[in-house]
Design a binder for this molecule. Structure first.
Ligand SMILES: Cc1cc2nc3c(=O)[nH]c(=O)nc-3n(C[C@H](O)[C@H](O)[C@H](O)COP(=O)(O)OP(=O)(O)OC[C@H]3O[C@@H](n4cnc5c(N)ncnc54)[C@H](O)[C@@H]3O)c2cc1C
Length: 391
């Protein structure tokens, strides 16, 4: 236990709402993911089987999907929303359809995100909504806009339609006073995302934080960008709001930079990422009246750092501008312990068709597979709780 009573090793609290049977099932899943060989065979087999139309949907839904997703529809997520809510943890409904390129799919995704914003409205158990811009406009168009490339007529039309979808969602969120996150994506499309997010914040964050952009601190330029963005918001009289994350696409970023021969946008070391992440947290806390932020992290040192700094700076645990967030099925030791200590905590609960969640599930499986033969962070926690319960 540390000096201000946060014990992230408290597995009894972390898994209090899991029965023995649920915990054992979770253990089996994380044990399987811990093996890099099984993970790579499993993910390849799942992709292959789905591509062939084999009936594996049920199998995926009962295993990996159940650990990391809330259900196929908003309604199916209801039991998860209530369960998390009983431990004072909010749900962020994350419609997990990625990598599409047809206009009809973008319209459908927009309608679904609209429903998540409506679902969140006036329900404390669903504090934020979220979307990815690549769910609403083709990433090649975002890339051209980011690179200030000339847009062909087709691209220009798609860009206009994409901006309209995004603007309408933000306008709707503002009209019902419902905060919404815009996720951070690949660096080569991020300039377009940043510019549009800043425009939306300028319009809709005048009275309170409604639009939250995302800063990926694995990029070496983001701490500076945070300060610049904050300065710009102050000059233009709106509240800067951001989700701070380390960043999910490091390998892809490094490989592309190497392949195309430009300097990698990624920090040289994990330590540099950690340093900038914590520095960004501290900067936001130092400006808590004019910045609203959410620390999206599973790193216990960063969570502890933020909680300790809040204590030192006399910021209330439940200050509405300072929140923590984790992914569903991950780092319950942080979510449940923070929530028990009256901090604002929420979890991304991905939902949607099983086959569309596969890329997300593969990322989670890879993240939980062991590189050096040691237990993953999650598996270690579950194993300790099973031992504590004498199972
Ligand atoms: C609520 C929530 C929302 C999220 N939203 C987004 C989003 O919008 N966009 C997005 O990209 N990600 C998002 N993520 C994922 C996030 O970026 C991280 O990939 C993930 O949370 C792991 O980082 P961590 O802070 O939990 O800590 P750790 O597990 O301690 O850190 C792992 C991370 O450190 C960085 N890292 C690892 N090795 C190195 C190295 N050698 N050099 C430099 N950096 C390194 C990488 O970013 C890696 O993911 C989100 C996560 C959460 C919990």
């Amino acid at each position: 236990m540390n000096e201000f009573n946060l014990d992230f090793q408290d597995t009894a609290t972390a898994f209090a709402d899991k029965s023995n049977a649920e915990l054992l099932e979770k253990y089996r899943m994380f044990k399987m993911m811990n093996s890099p060989l099984l993970t790579s065979i499993g993910t390849a087999a799942a992709e292959f089987a789905l591509a062939l139309g084999l009936p594996v949907k049920g199998l995926i839904k009962d295993t990996l999907y159940k650990q990391f997703c809330g259900g196929e529809t908003i309604e199916e997520c209801q039991p998860t929303i209530e369960k998390l809510g009983r431990s004072h943890i909010g749900t962020i409904l994350d419609y997990s359809v990625e990598g599409k390129s047809e206009e009809a799919v973008f319209d459908h995704t927009k309608a679904e995100i609209h429903r998540t914003i409506t679902r969140a409205r006036k329900d404390d158990l669903v504090p934020f909504a979220v979307f990815k811009m690549t769910g609403l406009v083709r990433s090649e168009v975002l890339e051209k806009v980011s690179g200030s490339k000339e847009l062909l007529k087709r691209d220009a039309d798609e860009w206009e339609k994409g901006k309209k979808r995004i603007t309408e969602l933000c306008e709707y969120a503002h009209s019902i006073n419902q905060p919404v996150f815009i996720d951070g994506e690949d660096s080569w499309i991020q300039d377009a995302i940043d510019a549009l997010a800043a425009e939306m914040m300028g319009k809709y964050n005048r009275e309170s934080p409604i639009i939250y952009t995302t800063l990926q601190l694995y990029r070496h330029d983001r701490l500076k960008f945070l300060k610049q963005s904050h300065r710009q918001a102050r000059e233009k009289n709106y509240i800067f709001a951001a989700k701070l994350v380390r960043g999910a696409y490091m390998e892809k970023e490094r490989e592309r930079a190497e392949e195309l021969g430009y300097p990698s946008p990624i920090q040289p070391t994990k330590e540099a990422t950690d340093r900038d992440f914590d520095a960004a947290v501290e900067y936001c806390l130092d400006n808590i009246e004019t910045i609203a932020f959410v620390a999206g992290t599973h790193n216990d040192k960063s969570a502890e750092f933020m909680a300790r700094k809040m204590e030192e700076k006399g910021i209330a645990h439940n200050h509405k501008h300072a929140c923590f967030s984790q992914l569903y099925g991950m780092s319950d030791n942080l979510s449940y312990v923070l929530a028990k200590n009256n901090y604002n905590v929420s979890k991304y609960v991905p939902y949607g068709p099983v086959k569309d969640a596969v890329p997300y599930l593969i990322r989670r499986a890879q993240e939980n597979s062991s590189v050096m033969g040691q237990m993953s962070r999650e598996l270690d926690m579950i194993a300790r709780e099973l031992k504590r319960r004498n199972i």
